[in-house]
Each structure stands twice: as structure tokens, then as C-alpha cells.
Design a binder for this molecule. Structure first.
Ligand code: KG4
Ligand code: ZN
Length: 333
């Protein structure tokens, strides 16, 4: 019997989850709405909100799992990558909790956890598999050889895919986070309305900064001709942007699959909630006879269930850290 408490606080969601023998029994997420009016996450405000939310969030996760805190066998927490002040709150809480309860402490890499979210429920991919991890801060193609043995095959050279969504949304006058809004408008639009460039980056790396600039110039030019350009063409603009971001991502994934010969293909991270990416991956999977793995929506964006499940697999290996552990804003796979 192993009961793990998972804690996530790397960016703007405070989350706690209880995992019992590899099964998630609660996953409580306190979203910080405060950032919307600033057009992006304000690190100082994020730390403050984590500090306020962490104890009620953990209490609620314990309550929903119908256990008592004395039943918990270990606590796992996001050590990085992320905002340092935000990570410090989760890390300090986890250390204090482990010390008070006299239980082991488990450090988790947030990007590994996004990938390990695939082990929360069936169907689970088998090793080795490829994972396209796309979030607000990262865009990576990872060869996953085992639970904690991951090889980075490609990554973004500038903006992350989520950042490309959020920054273009800002140009389109949409509030933060723009990704889900672009997704929503795109459903009503025509994706071939605007021709946006596909960057020619060698290998399996990505670049999204050119796309952002192309959209900026397009919008600036059109606004001079028609001040209502944005409102009149929002759906077509969003559909065109989304379709280009998705094609950049999927073309590299296709290349990685060809290069490695791997047929189990997964996506993870906040942008894997995007309906265009999910649909595009399913279609590509049918074409190339891949086994495709797409997480449930609740496990795409930041959550502690993925930290708890990753903690469970480290618990089985007996991989613990001491009270001198410190968070890391930058942390490799
Ligand atoms: O993984 P995540 O929750 O946090 C980070 O670790 O960064 O990812 C957040 C990112 C944001 O950029 C957000 O706009 C994007 O995921 N996102 C989406 C969608 N839902 C969230 N992007 C496109 N379409 C969506 N449906
Ligand atoms: Zn994330």
C-alpha cells in the first residue's frame, strides 16, 4: 500500500493530488485568475497566491480522497522547471509536511511529470514511446525509454508552442491565456484564410518567433485599412494561426517517428488540450499506423495528479531526496 501526496506550484496553478497504489483519488486545482488582467503570469503575484492557496488545496485533496493526513506515505513535489518564487512555495510546503509527518520526500521534474500523466489511466503507452510535450514554457520531442529515462530529441529555439498561442492571442486583443480562446474561435473559422510561414529549422527543433512577427505585421497592415479587421475576421485568423502551429508541431513529430521507428506516439502539456492538435494527431496516427496517446483534458494543463503519479513510480524505486533539496527554475529532463 502506498499513498502519495503530490504538490504542483510551478506556474499559476496551485494543485494537490492523492495517489493510492498508482490510482488518482483526488486532483484539486486552484487556478489564479489574477493574472488575466495583466496579460500574462506575474511571478510575484503567483507566489503570493500559491502561499494563500496551498493549505486549503491540500486539505481538500485529502478530504476528497477520503483519507487522513496520517495515512500518507510520501510527498512528491515539483522541483522545477518553473518560476522560482512559485516553486519555493510548493517545495517548502512539501519539506515541512514530510518533516512533520516523518515521511520521505520525492522531487519531480515538471516536464517528466507531464509525460508520466499518460500512466494515470489506461491505455498506457509502452516503452519506448515518443512524446511531444507542448506547454506555456516548453516545446520538446522526447524519446521516453523508461519512467525516468528520457532523451530530448528536439526543442524550441525561441518561443514555446503555448507562448506562440498566448502571444498571438495578445496581438488579436484576446485576454491571457489565449490558447483556449484561439482554440474556441478556430472552430468557426477557415484555416486557409491567411497564409502564415512555416519556419525551415533543421532537425527536430522548432521556432515560433517568425510566426508571431508575421501575424503582427498582418494585423497592423489590415487595421490601417479597416479598424474592425480583428472583430470581423477573428475566427478565420484564429483558425489560420492554430492550423500553422499544429502543422509545425506535427511535421516535426512525423520526422521524429520516421527517424526513430517508434510507433507509440503521445502528446502532453497544456497545448495538448488543443482540439486542432488532438484531431491532427489522430488523423496522422491513422495514416502512419501509430498508436496515439492523448491525455484527458484535466491532465493536459498543470495539475498535481501528474506529480503524484510520478511520485508513486519514484516511491516504488525508493528514490527520495533530503531536507536540503532546493527548487530549480531551470531543470533538464
Ligand atoms: O502545461 P501548462 O498548463 O503550463 C505550463 O507548464 O506552461 O500549459 C499552459 C499553456 C498556455 O500557453 C495555454 O495557452 C496553453 O497551454 N493551452 C492551450 C489550450 N489550453 C491550454 N493552447 C491551445 N489550445 C488550448 N486548448
Ligand atoms: Zn506544465
Amino acid at each position: 500500500m502506498a499513498i502519495i501526496l503530490g504538490i504542483e506550484s510551478s506556474c499559476d496553478e496551485t494543485s494537490a493530488s492523492i495517489c493510492i497504489n498508482g490510482e488518482i483519488h483526488s486532483n484539486v486545482i486552484a487556478t489564479q485568475a489574477i493574472h488575466a488582467k495583466y496579460g500574462g503570469v506575474v511571478p510575484e503575484l503567483a507566489s503570493r497566491a500559491h502561499q494563500q492557496n496551498i493549505i486549503p488545496t491540500v486539505d481538500e485533496a485529502i478530504r476528497q480522497a477520503k483519507i487522513s493526513k496520517n495515512h500518507i506515505d510520501a510527498v512528491s513535489f515539483t522541483r522545477g522547471p518553473g518560476l522560482l518564487g512559485a516553486l519555493l512555495v510548493g517545495t517548502s510546503f512539501a519539506k515541512s509536511f514530510a518533516l512533520a509527518q516523518d515521511i520521505p520526500l520525492i522531487d519531480i521534474n515538471h516536464m517528466q511529470a507531464h509525460i508520466l500523466a499518460h500512466f494515470i489511466e489506461e491505455p498506457k503507452p509502452s516503452f519506448p514511446f515518443l512524446c511531444l510535450t507542448v506547454s506555456g514554457g516548453h516545446t520538446q520531442i522526447v524519446l521516453v525509454k523508461d519512467y525516468f529515462e528520457m532523451e530530448l530529441l528536439g526543442e524550441t529555439l525561441d518561443d514555446a508552442a503555448g507562448e506562440a498561442f498566448d502571444k498571438t492571442a495578445k496581438i488579436l486583443n484576446l485576454p491571457y491565456p489565449g490558447g483556449p480562446l484561439i482554440d474556441k474561435f478556430a472552430k468557426e473559422g477557415n484555416s486557409s484564410s491567411y497564409k502564415l510561414p512555416e519556419p525551415q529549422i533543421p532537425g527536430l527543433n522548432f521556432s515560433f518567433s517568425g510566426l508571431k512577427t508575421a501575424i503582427l505585421y498582418l494585423v497592423q497592415d489590415q487595421l490601417k485599412l479597416n479598424p474592425d479587421f480583428l472583430t470581423e475576421n477573428m475566427a478565420d485568423l484564429c483558425a489560420s494561426v492554430q492550423s500553422r502551429i499544429v502543422s509545425i508541431l506535427l511535421n516535426k513529430l512525423k520526422k521524429a517517428a520516421k527517424q526513430t521507428g517508434v510507433k507509440d506516439i503521445a502528446i502532453a502539456g497544456g497545448v495538448s488540450a488543443n482540439s486542432g492538435l488532438r484531431k491532427g494527431l489522430i488523423e496522422m496516427g491513422e495514416l502512419y499506423h501509430w498508436n496515439v496517446f492523448i491525455p484527458k483534458f484535466e491532465y493536459c494543463t498543470d495539475n498535481a495528479a501528474m506529480i503524484a503519479i510520478a511520485g508513486y513510480y519514484k516511491f516504488l524505486k525508493g528514490e527520495f531526496v533530503g531536507q536540503d533539496v532546493a527548487p530549480m527554475a531551470r531543470m533538464h529532463l
